[in-house]
Design a protein around this ligand. Structure first.
Ligand SMILES: Cc1cc2nc3c(=O)[nH]c(=O)nc-3n(C[C@H](O)[C@H](O)[C@H](O)COP(=O)(O)OP(=O)(O)OC[C@H]3O[C@@H](n4cnc5c(N)ncnc54)[C@H](O)[C@@H]3O)c2cc1C
Length: 412
């Protein structure tokens, strides 16, 4: 039955969901407090990685985190002023790093991500957006035996859940990416993965497709959400909106709205950064390449080479600190000697993250008129289309093709 549905948040999760719901025959209104794609979806590395099964909290994480704090090139930083706020989240995060929990989380991540590519190809088939997806695979490279050997636990998880990969030699890395410096001894390659040449263009294109097909978009910052037996009402600065169903896809900002419905979710943000190098540098690599030593990605895009990096715990409000991503420029040069490292632009975005690395997908405790779809941490681009199909199945009263039980807001 056709329903009136509002989707809150026009990032990749909200945009894909709005389109899938519209194709299911519903009357859909997509809203955002800002312009579409102004959150984390704007500046990611564009990887759509099948079989992304490795949670961030892995065995030994406590020791790793302690070792990283204070190191200038470390991929992790915590603003001192935010330490007391993030501490409960960090405690939960460390609790998630027990081997049995890690193995369970890996299974749940694999269920969501194993057909990420197929979902994206289905969602974008016969649209102009399909040309933004490239069959490139996803490559990680390591200079030292030590850095590569430290990935042993992650490789075991891939084996246990049946997530395909290849281990590459220095020669095989060179064959794939001749412009990389000949310093990488080990490679990890997920051949079936794809990448997006312009994440912003993809998300804006989804919104454009949705509105051209009759969907509506409205700038509307939601401050309150209330439900009754039949509907949901959203309060914003310009009035009220009512719908039969609401999808909450407000990324890292979803926590306070879920709380109004009685769901206390340990959602925080792992802030990440990118730096764009000139357009001419975009052709130096054929695919995104993750530097395993320093945990940054060089991702070739239509507009140039994008270097993404960092997990910074500083909350949603603090000003960006671009110095850490800039400090990686010499590492990018060492990795890709021909790169022109002139800075074209720099950006910070808020990954929506839960301590177990799983998103929240499922109905609110209070009402099955509100469906949550947030908390996709490092994998929102990967899981965008898969999440959209789950959302449209659930709101279409169909069973989703995977059990959504592990992703419920009440799991904490
Ligand atoms: C540096 C970096 C690199 C990354 N690389 C990758 C990658 O290669 N592959 C991958 O899969 N993922 C990657 N990610 C993660 C991915 O970008 C995120 O998981 C994803 O963008 C989250 O999408 P979202 O739609 O949930 O949130 P967002 O894109 O943040 O969208 C949320 C939207 O909700 C709106 N909103 C918030 N509050 C309200 C409100 N009260 N009322 C109305 N609207 C509201 C916001 O304005 C925003 O537009 C990366 C992230 C970063 C930061």
């Amino acid at each position: 039955m056709k329903k009136k549905i509002i989707v809150i948040g026009a990032g990749v999760i909200g945009a894909t969901s709005a389109l899938a719901l519209q194709r299911d025959g519903h009357e859909v209104l997509l809203i955002d407090r800002d312009a579409p794609c102004s959150g984390a979806s704007f500046g990611n590395a564009g990887g759509i990685v099948n079989g992304s099964c490795v949670p961030t909290a892995m065995p030994g994480i406590l020791k790793n985190v302690m070792g990283m704090i204070g190191q200038p090139l470390s991929p992790l930083s915590i603003r001192p002023a935010y330490l007391h706020k993030i501490s409960p989240w960090l405690m939960r995060f460390i609790w998630q790093s027990r081997l049995s929990t890690v193995q369970q989380n890996a299974i749940y991540l694999q269920s969501l991500s194993h057909d990420a590519v197929a979902s994206w190809k289905k969602l974008t088939a016969n649209t102009p957006l399909s040309c933004l997806l490239r069959d490139t695979g996803w490559l990680k490279v390591y200079e030292s035996d030590n850095a590569f050997n430290n990935t042993r636990n992650a490789l075991n998880l891939h084996d246990q859940v049946g997530s395909a990969y290849e281990i590459l030699s220095a020669g095989q890395i060179k064959d794939l990416e001749p412009n990389l410096a000949p310093i990488f001894k080990h490679g990890f390659y997920q051949k079936d993965s794809i990448s997006v040449t312009d994440p912003e263009k993809l998300v804006l294109g989804l919104v454009d497709l949705f509105t051209k097909n009759g969907g509506s978009y409205k700038q509307f910052p939601v401050s309150e959400i209330t439900t009754n037996e039949h509907s949901v009402t959203l309060k914003g600065s310009s009035g009220y909106l009512t719908a039969d169903k609401v999808v909450l896809a407000a990324g890292a900002w979803s926590k306070s709205l879920a709380k109004q419905l009685g769901d206390i979710v340990p959602l925080d943000t792992e802030r990440g950064y990118h730096l764009m190098f000139p357009e001419s540098t975009g052709s130096l690599l054929k695919r995104p390449v993750l530097n395993g030593e320093n945990s940054f990605v060089l991702a070739p895009m239509n507009k140039g080479m994008r270097m993404t990096s960092q997990v910074e715990f500083a909350g949603l409000i603090a000003k960006p600190n671009y110095s850490r991503v800039r400090s990686l420029i010499p590492c990018a040069k060492r990795m890709l000697p021909k790169i022109d490292t002139h800075e074209e632009s720099v950006w910070m975005g808020c990954r929506p993250s839960l301590p177990d690395s799983l998103p929240v997908i499922g109905f609110s405790q209070q009402s099955n008129h509100v469906l949550y779809a947030f908390g996709h941490q490092h994998l929102g681009m990967t899981l965008g289309a898969t999440t959209a199909y789950i959302v449209s199945d659930l709101l279409g009263n169909r069973e989703a093709n995977i059990s959504i039980f592990p992703y419920q807001a009440t799991r904490f």
